[in-house]
Design a protein around this ligand. Structure first.
Ligand SMILES: Cc1ncc(COP(=O)(O)O)c(C=O)c1O
Length: 436
């Protein structure tokens, strides 16, 4: 009896607790349903499409001529070496990551003979790929740059990689944009960009894509980079380079870091986010690096150390220490002469196939006399091409042709191959004529 009444009392208490525990602070007004990430949504829609004609031009990852992921042969080799190495274990890396990896990354991104390296003006931390590096830079700017210039905005190109908006606004930086893409010429809006840099308040933070601009595939020429640097110096703007495609863009590592080298030569203090996702095909391994480069001055070395110490605290509170595997692979290749040359050859394979696909798509559209001009397809560089197709045309290509691309008309050149380029060109031709 007594037992039963205790049970009833307990049930009563449980009911009370569970009914009072029902009220959550996360109501729909507080936490509304977020939209699906457009790119990941696109990937899911492509997977579900059962048509044998389907073509994925949304994917931001390299594919070989059979539309398959490509493990770089040099990465396979490095992988085997690591597996056979009895010294490799699963211990934590230091907070700043694998030292051989970060020092080799410095040499790659600013070039080995850079005075910034010799003078100890660079501090580098291994990050969770390029995204992690952009985020670490964003945190650093929000915490420290804003102390000196509290009202400063960060200017990003219009358009830019969609994630930039979230990464920088999440840390509380205010965002502005500078014109970049000229829809009529389908090329760089250089005048618009320069005017915007001129009119931005002094000491603004300017986010620049080091090469192979995503999503447009349009890069400034070396002369244009030089004018950009001149304006930014006069205006004391602060550069933040995002470099996700070094070597993948042109096939030439030195060509693809020209802008960064030029700005360092001009004496800027700057930040760099470096990704190894595309150029090593290490997408899921999340290998990347963040660099702070101090401007030359008598206290530059001391400043670099101070900045490094604060970056380590930010890193510790975010990820504690970075993942080891991808960095071990990249480090092995970057620090070995023979493997490094093999990597350069692998880079040329990827960039070469992409350049061939640009030529093939443009050629087929011109053969078909598709209305409009298509020279921008070969003028652009890197993984992506901004085709100029409208949102309506993109939707029609998907519905009628099972061809998937982002709403803004960006196509991943890596999704094209000798077997589907003719089909894609024919479908684009049809859609352009139908909607003229
Ligand atoms: C401009 C740009 N920045 C950064 C990244 C970061 O990529 P990940 O985090 O995979 O290295 C990308 C990837 O698409 C990119 O296009």
């Amino acid at each position: 009896m007594a037992h039963n009444s205790t049970r009833a009392r307990l049930q009563q208490l449980t009911n009370q607790v569970s009914s009072s525990a029902m009220a959550s602070p996360f109501s729909v007004d507080v936490v509304p349903q977020a939209p699906e990430d457009p790119l990941f949504g696109l990937m899911a829609a492509y997977r579900e499409d059962t048509s044998d004609k389907k073509v994925d031009l949304g994917i931001g990852a390299y594919r070989d001529n059979n539309a398959k992921p490509w493990i770089l042969p040099v990465v396979k080799k490095a992988d085997e070496i690591i597996h056979k190495d009895p010294e490799v274990n699963h211990e934590y890396l230091p907070i700043a990551g694998l030292a051989q990896f970060t020092s080799a990354s410095q040499k790659l991104i600013v070039s080995g003979d850079s005075p910034a390296i010799k003078e100890g003006r660079i501090t580098s931390l291994q990050t969770v790929s390029g995204t992690g590096a952009v985020h670490l830079g964003a945190l650093f700017l929000a915490k420290f740059y804003q102390k000196v210039y509290p009202k400063t905005a960060l200017y990003m190109s219009n358009p830019t990689w969609a994630n930039h908006h979230q990464i920088f606004s999440n840390v509380g930086l205010s965002l502005q944009s500078y014109p970049y893409w000229h829809p009529q010429t389908r090329a760089l809006d250089f005048d618009g960009m320069k005017a915007s840099l001129e009119s931005a308040p002094d000491h603004s933070i300017i986010l620049l894509h080091a090469c192979a601009h995503n999503p447009t595939g349009v890069d400034p020429t070396p002369e244009q980079w030089s004018s950009i640097a001149t304006i930014m110096k006069r205006k004391s703007h602060f550069p933040f380079f995002d470099c996700a495609y070094q070597g993948f863009a042109s096939g030439d590592l030195a060509k693809d870091n020209f802008a960064i080298r030029h700005f360092i030569e001009q004496g800027f203090e700057l930040l760099i986010a470096q990704s190894y996702a595309k150029n090593f095909g290490l997408y899921g391994e999340r290998a990347g690096c963040f660099h702070f480069v101090a401007a030359p001055s008598s206290d530059a070395g001391e400043r670099t150390k101070r900045v490094g110490s604060q970056l380590a605290i930010l890193q510790r509170s975010e990820i504690s220490n970075p993942p080891a595997y991808g960095a071990r692979i990249a480090s092995l290749v970057l620090n070995d002469k023979a493997l490094f040359s093999e990597w350069e050859a692998n880079l040329r394979t990827m960039s070469g196939r992409i350049i061939d696909m640009r030529k093939a798509l443009r050629g087929k559209l011109e053969d078909l006399k598709t209305p409009g001009k298509w020279n921008h397809i070969t003028d652009q560089i890197g993984m992506f091409s901004f085709t100029g197709l409208t949102e309506g045309q993109v939707a029609k290509l998907r519905a009628d042709g099972h061809i998937y691309m982002t709403k803004n008309g960006r196509i991943s050149m890596a999704g094209l191959n000798t077997k589907n380029v003719e089909y894609v060109a024919t479908q684009i031709d049809k859609v352009v004529r139908d909607t003229e």
